[in-house]
Design a protein around this ligand. Sequence first.
Ligand code: ADP
Length: 476
Amino acid sequence: MKVLVASSEAAPFAKTGGLADAVGCLMKGLRAGGVDARLVMPLYRSVRRNFPLKYTGTDIKVAVGGRKYASRVFSYEGRVCFVECGEFFDRQELYGTPAGDYGDNAHRFIFFSRAALEVCDALGFSPDIVHCHDWQTGLVPLYMKTAFRRHFAKTPSLFTIHNLGYQGLFPASAMPLTGLGSEYFTPERIEFYGQVNFLKAGIVAGSAISTVSMTYAREILTAEYGFGLDGVLRSRQKDLTGILNGIDHDEWDPEKDASINQNYRREDISGKKACKERLLKECGLKTKGPLLGAVGRLSAQKGVDVLLGSIDRIVSEGAGLVLLGKGDSAFEDALKAVSGRHKGKVFFKPGYDEAFAHRVYAGSDILLMPSRYEPCGLSQMIALRYGAVPVARRTGGLADTIEDYAHLKGRGTGFLFSDYTPGCLKESVKRALCIYADAGKWKRLVLEGMGKDFSWETSVEKYISLYESLLRRAKR
Ligand code: ADP
């Protein structure tokens, strides 16, 4: 089976979040499963600098808004191809700077969506399935039925939503750039309250739609989680499935992790204590009790406001807190202020720091994830593997990967709460701290979480069987 995977980011090449991890692992898994999967991505400046790419000798021309952009195609080990367009992608960042998104993102990702299809013909790769990810490639399934129907009319597409909160919304003036006729600018198609919505294009035109957890697949059908697209999603409900992401077990393995000061494994977790001591020292924390960590983007989605509202109380319970995050500057300022107020008890590291993230997972007893919504979430799976017990909101992938601790049975892998309030987070932390006080119970809980399998194998099998069912359907 030949699969074209189109994504605006993928590990290890370019990453701003979980999308890159998911696509990187999916590619690895598909190839291990014998699928001829090729990934197409934009050629960002950082990729050109950091990876030894080879010019394929192939050039393509990509039409965007009445202009044809010449683009050279590069490859990495023959399985990933990068489409060049210096004007759009030779930049510091992927989507924008702290001041905001790049003003020409519509232009950039129309270019990329068309280039992803152009490249197949140019390289003589004719995929059985095209698998696209998030709004940046939302137009691809629609182009397969319109401008590129000559080659793709019979090819099924799978459109995966990694986060419905990011839709690729652009003013109506972006419509002519798409090359689609004005008949596509209707609420049934890609109009969204007067704007063009790239994500909606993928939902409307994809042969099937998937998202990254079973619970999120149900949640996005509701007004509360649907970001205005719940109606469109309900109309495609029979083609919508949830397939949980996994984590890269090679990258996230406390037994082999080179970023932590002492390795450990489920059979002998004594090294975790040394990791905690080192983390406390590194962060200048003087607390003797449990250490709570949090790693993530500082955005409203991640529940930073709820976290901020509960820090005083958590500290008063004698716990220490290590926070790592990059994002919204208002949240950064608020976290800096709180850590300043609780010197020696709360440490906040602003920015993106992978090695430090590894040390937080390894050194923490508890990982906080009070997300407002969470399509899948990787941090809680990583935490479980590193023996940090998650305290999280019961939503999306968090609900699918964490088993709430049942006090009577003494079973579970974490602590879940439902209401999005600081009070509920505090209650859950208190529940966790009660168990923490009983070393035997706590160890059982830690080991139960560490024993869970979040590898990609199961997810890849599900994707492959979804591809197969789409192929069967297309042949009928
Ligand atoms: P997202 O919504 O950002 O995709 P996920 O939980 O799915 O959230 O994935 C986040 C990934 O990015 C995890 O691997 C997490 O460890 C990592 N991460 C998030 N923020 C940071 C940061 N500031 N520094 C280092 N790693 C981070």
